[in-house]
Ligand binder design. Structure first.
Ligand code: GLU
Length: 571
């Protein structure tokens, strides 16, 4: 039997790992000292008899500076001896290396991890469960004062515990304020539930406790009972004010003016060309071989009508006969084809963009702008993800957050409040985002998941109960109980603020549902156009009446009366 640092078993011998840790610690201490004062003078010599004045400080820094090395936590007692050493004792058995005990300065402790068959003996133990008030995971039950023990609480995590009726639990709310935390590692020590576990004040911790590598090297976790990832929570954009003329938006004013000019120019050109070409001048009577009078179908009005018909994709009864006019008509046809297709394509895009629930669609969008600030729960796993990421976008996000520490929040409630006020994006875990989106209808998630991880139940290191609970979690997963509880606490038991169930549009729905405001302008144009047509018909009627009256030498009124009676007879 030999002692190794367990996680590096196959990479290093203990001596190598110890050497590595000592050099690393010495290097860090020098760096620390050097950052505070100039300790190396050019004249300093190794042969000098006087002791180096900073030697004492260096030793003190090494004693104080608490890090984690290959051989576990590096901490020294007042005599400079390594304390808090924890060595795993492993044995080579038929089925491979098995951890059978651990050794620390107070002696060797043999591990007899509780087997699943030993559950009966566990039913006599009451487990002290550390948690926080953090809906929907753990919350007080309404009128909780009337109840006792675990019945005072409700929530997803509480229901997981209740789904293991063979065990007894005593719930301990670690901190009743909204700052209750799962635990962050700072200056060599843990806070929150992690600390409670390590100091053996609780037997297990359950909450939205993310399994991270850093935590995993201090405590043990069960299999994850929920999978999730980091995402972005943001307030939905206010719907844009109704714009009756949004149908004009696909083209800029400049383009519309160019189209109008092209329309008038081509109509005029058509008119001139048709006048010049002899092939557009034809007899009005088809059978006449030597006609006295020739007709040209392309009057100025007809030219305008012809080009307009092309823009509207409707065509007209006019058909050019000459090559020149046909060429002109073809080019104009091609121009209108491209313009109309571009208009149609852009109209859909413009309307979709104006309906999008948020101006931000991804983490990259957040980095590119400065108007919306973003932050995360200080010291917790989401912040750690950005702090440690090698991805350039997330590194830039971390630098932006670090340079403006006001963006960090102390609790999820604070993050939600800030997001609701606007101009703030909260980097949160998808499970909590989902819950808050069901509660606050004007909050939305943007972008996908930035990582993948899970929540687990945490136990003090080498806890004999971890395996049993892990097994129970797998059982709950396989039986569908966890999915059932998720639905209960994320959908059925959520009370939306405002009383109405939140509906979050998918982007595809947003394109389909055009409201009258979006197309109102088109109706307005139609109304004005038909009004104008009616006005013209009245003017035409008056004009013709006057002309006939003059020709027949009767009064305007007589002609008008005759016309009206003709109209009535015609009907
Ligand atoms: N689940 C996280 C943790 O255990 C807290 C929430 C967060 O960081 O977004 O650290």
């Amino acid at each position: 039997m030999q002692c190794f640092s367990y996680s590096y078993l196959f990479q290093f011998q203990l001596q190598t790992a110890l050497l590595y840790d000592s050099v690393d610690l010495f290097g860090k201490a020098i760096q620390h000292l050097y950052s505070k004062q100039t300790v190396f003078k050019p004249s300093m010599s190794c042969e000098s008899k006087d002791p180096w004045v900073f030697g004492e400080s260096l030793i003190n820094i090494m004693k104080m500076d608490f890090t984690k090395g290959l051989t576990g936590p590096i901490r020294f007692d007042e005599y400079g001896q390594r304390s808090d050493i924890l060595l795993d004792v492993i044995e080579l058995r038929d089925d491979g290396f098995i951890k059978t005990a651990f050794w620390n300065t107070s002696g060797i402790t043999t591990l007899n991890e509780t087997k699943i068959e030993d559950i009966k003996s566990l039913s006599n133990i009451t487990f002290k469960v550390g948690t926080c008030i953090n809906p929907p995971y753990v919350d007080y039950r309404p009128n909780h004062e009337d109840y006792e023990g675990i019945d005072q609480y409700q929530g997803f995590c509480i229901d997981i515990l209740k789904a293991m009726p063979e065990f007894k639990f005593d719930i301990i709310i670690h901190d009743t304020s909204s700052r209750c935390s799962n635990g962050g590692f700072k200056n060599g020590s843990w806070s929150g539930l992690m600390r409670e576990l390590l100091e053996n004040r609780i037997d297990l911790a359950i909450n939205d406790l993310t399994i991270t590598q850093e935590r995993r090297s201090w405590v043990d976790f069960t299999q994850p009972f929920m999978n999730l990832g980091i995402s972005i929570l943001i307030r939905k954009q206010e719907p844009p004010p109704t714009d009756y003329f949004s149908f004009l938006a696909p083209f800029s004013l400049e383009v519309w003016l160019y189209v109008l000019t092209a329309f008038l120019g081509v109509s005029l050109l058509m008119y001139i060309t048709s006048r010049i070409t002899p092939y557009e001048w034809v007899s009005s009577h088809m059978c006449e071989t030597e006609p006295e009078e020739l007709e040209n179908q392309f009057s100025l009005g007809n030219c305008l009508w012809f080009t307009l018909g092309s823009i509207m994709q409707q065509g007209s009864d006019l058909a050019p006969r000459a090559l020149s006019t046909r060429a002109l008509a073809s080019v104009w046809g091609f121009f209108t084809l491209i313009m109309v297709s571009s208009y149609t394509a852009n109209l859909a895009a413009v309307l979709t963009v104006s309906r999008m629930e948020s101006p931000i669609a991804s983490a990259d969008d957040l980095v590119r702008q400065t108007k919306i600030t973003y932050g995360c729960l200080q010291g917790m796993s989401t912040c750690k993800f950005f702090e440690k990421s090698n991805h350039s976008t997330y590194q830039r996000m971390w630098s932006a957050m670090e340079s403006n520490p006001g963006v960090f929040v102390k609790g999820n409630d604070e993050g939600i409040d800030r997001t609701l006020k606007g101009n703030y994006a909260f980097l949160m875990e998808s499970s909590s985002i989902e819950f808050n989106m069901a509660k606050y209808c004007n909050l939305t998630q943007v972008g996908g998941l930035l990582d993948q991880k899970g929540y687990g139940i945490a136990f003090p290191p080498n806890s004999p109960y971890r395996a049993v609970f892990s097994n129970r979690v797998i059982g709950l997963q396989e039986s569908g109980k966890l999915d059932e509880l998720k639905k209960l606490w994320w959908v059925e038991n959520v009370t939306p603020v405002g009383g109405v169930k939140c509906v979050h549009h998918k982007k595809a729905d947003a394109v389909a549902a055009l409201k009258i405001g979006d197309v109102g302008g088109v109706f307005l144009v139609l109304l004005v156009g038909t009004g104008f047509g009616c006005l013209l018909v009245i003017l035409e009627f008056i004009w013709k009446t006057k002309k006939v009256a003059r020709h027949q030498r009767v009064s305007n009124w007589t002609t008008l009366r005759n016309f009206c009676s003709l109209l009535i007879i015609a009907h």
